[in-house]
Design a protein. Structure first.
Length: 59
């Protein structure tokens, strides 16, 4: 891993660890906010994150 890369600055989470807070932009027209944070849902709803490659990309 190159020194100073984001990967070298992150820690590995284990089962049961609390996810760190993060903020992401919302899709246009899906929310009244421009951005949403994990902390907006903490203690209120369950959150599932799914990452998948964009269709037709060579991944």
């Amino acid at each position: 891993m190159p020194e100073g890369s984001i990967a070298s600055e992150t820690k590995t989470l284990k089962v049961g660890d609390m996810a760190p807070d993060f903020t992401l932009p919302t899709a246009k027209g899906t929310s009244d906010k421009d951005k949403v944070s994990l902390s907006d849902f903490r203690g209120k709803k369950n959150v599932v994150l799914v990452f998948y490659p964009f269709a037709f990309t060579p991944v």
